[in-house]
Design a protein. Structure first.
Length: 117
């Protein structure tokens, strides 16, 4: 599964997530730093990424445009990179199930996120 991390998340997440999500990239890694949300949205959709963000505007785009791309919206505030990585890693099975369900468009994760068995 391919994750595209929005610029409101640290690029330092990429190496922390690579084992669980090998195709993870940060928007900086595709030269999209500072680009409008619509540009990032279109790129993610065209290249098969699940977009990961804390940005409310990207969450709203899922309601306006539908998917693709799918969006993982993180309700974490100013959480550390370690905390964000922990949430995503603990939710690996939920994220995989979300990505596999064609009808799902938005997955919301926060500090209490735990994977179901």
């Amino acid at each position: 599964m391919k994750l595209l991390l929005d610029e409101n998340l640290s690029y330092k997440l990429v190496p922390r997530l690579t084992e669980a999500f090998p195709d993870t990239v940060h928007v900086d890694g595709v030269d999209f730093h500072g680009q409008p949300d619509a540009v990032i949205w279109d790129y993610a959709g065209q290249h098969g990424f699940v977009l990961v963000s804390k940005d409310y505007d990207l969450r709203q785009l899922i309601f306006l445009r539908g998917h693709p791309p799918k969006v993982i919206w993180l309700l974490v505030g100013n959480a550390s990179t370690v905390t964000v990585a922990d949430i995503l890693l603990r939710s690996q099975a939920s994220i995989a199930a979300f990505a596999a369900r064609a009808e799902d468009a938005l997955l919301t994760l926060g500090p209490g996120a735990l994977d179901a068995p």
